[in-house]
Write a protein that binds this ligand. Structure first.
Ligand SMILES: NC(=O)c1ccc[n+]([C@@H]2O[C@H](COP(=O)([O-])OP(=O)(O)OC[C@H]3O[C@@H](n4cnc5c(N)ncnc54)[C@H](OP(=O)(O)O)[C@@H]3O)[C@@H](O)[C@H]2O)c1
Length: 332
């Protein structure tokens, strides 16, 4: 089978011919139809990720059809459309993952390949209204967004939520989820086009985070400060979020694309009685809840564009340039 392999950091991925995987006992082989990129793939390629084991087939997101079943698996699974859990072995404590927690795609084989072998417990039926591309786009970013908005964010219907950097994969899925749950949504972006696109997806207010004092303008537009903020950028921009949040509000941080702040405004953080909450991916139950929510509400992830596997390096370059709105998908 063909697969996109990273042999050395800071180099391009190569398309290699690898042996076909066999269905393990209690498991299946998924003939992947689509995968999707996450910023994690880029951190790994650029040597900015811990405990690297190379060469490796990257990719945490995938959807496809079951093409082989192992011993002990019901034959009715053959041919079924499935979405793959992007992580596993969370552990027994729903509050935080244990040491065994793993994300698909380094060290084990990821989804940027034509086939993948997995235990049956790591696939879910793909909701009928979703295409393979949409299924792939949903997995890792959707799980992260679901836990950030629902479990850690504790979003309530009618609440004003601010989602920063709306062009990002996780951010667009947080918007789709928060809207379905009845939130009033504000967004930030570096791009006027992305702010307009977010409004067509259901955001009510928007501001450009590169403009000084954008947070004051946003609160003035909305007529009230957000009580929940979902952020994956971190960096010095965190202080504007602390300033923007309503007293008693929650800031849920799922990433730090812009690194750590040079000076965090701790005085305002404690004086406003804010909760700063970290979050990472999610449990198996949260993944099933995410898929059920998308099926029940007929939701769809936002896809920027799709590339064939041969153009994997163009797709990676697009993500590293951050010009996308939503997920970058790879057709397999
Ligand atoms: N903890 C987890 O489980 C988890 C899971 C997934 C991702 N992450 C992390 O979350 C971050 C985003 O991941 P992703 O896959 O969604 O990446 P992505 O699709 O590449 O998102 C990048 C987006 O970040 C936004 N951004 C950049 N600088 C910003 C700033 N100063 N303020 C606000 N937004 C800014 C940009 O939005 P605009 O284009 O709108 O300006 C850009 O489109 C990464 O750091 C990633 O490692 C963590």
């Amino acid at each position: 089978m063909r697969a996109a392999v990273l042999h050395r950091t800071n180099e391009s991925l190569s398309i290699d011919e690898l042996p076909e995987p066999l269905a393990p006992e209690g498991g299946v082989v998924v003939r992947l139809r689509a995968a999707a990129l996450n910023h994690r793939d880029s951190w790994i390629r650029r040597d900015q990720y811990g405990r690297l084991r190379l060469p490796c087939v990257l990719g945490s997101d995938g959807a496809g059809e079951i093409c082989a079943v192992g011993a002990g698996v019901d034959g009715t699974w053959m041919g079924r459309r499935v979405i793959i859990h992007p992580s596993h072995t969370w552990g027994s404590d729903a509050r935080a993952q244990g040491k065994e927690f793993l994300i698909l795609g380094m060290p084990e084989q990821g989804t940027l390949a034509e086939n993948i072998a997995l235990p049956l417990s790591r696939v879910e039926p793909l909701p009928e209204h979703l295409s393979f591309r949409e299924g792939a786009a949903l997995a890792l970013a959707g799980l992260t967004a679901y836990r950030a908005v629902v479990s850690r964010g504790e979003l309530r219907a009618g609440e004003h939520v601010l989602i920063s950097g709306i062009g990002g994969g996780v951010a667009t899925l947080a918007l789709v989820i928060a809207r379905a749950l009845g939130a009033i949504i504000s967004v930030t972006s570096s791009s006027a086009e992305k702010l307009a696109a977010a409004k067509s997806l259901g955001a009510s207010f928007g501001a450009n985070y590169t403009t000084p004092n954008w947070e004051k303008e946003l609160v003035a537009q909305a007529g009230r400060a957000p009580t929940l903020i979902i952020d994956g950028a971190g960096g010095d921009g965190l202080n504007a979020l602390i300033s923007c949040a309503a007293p008693g509000g929650r800031i849920v941080l799922y990433g730090a694309t812009r690194g750590v702040p040079r000076a965090a405004d701790l005085h305002r953080l404690f004086f406003k009685q804010l909760d700063l909450r970290g979050t990472t991916m999610g449990t198996g139950d949260e993944f099933r809840s995410l898929v059920a929510l998308f099926a029940r509400e007929q939701l769809r992830p936002v896809i920027d564009q799709a590339f064939p596997l041969e153009r994997i390096n163009d797709a990676m370059a697009l993500m590293e340039a951050s010009t996308q709105m939503g997920k970058i998908v790879i057709d397999l």
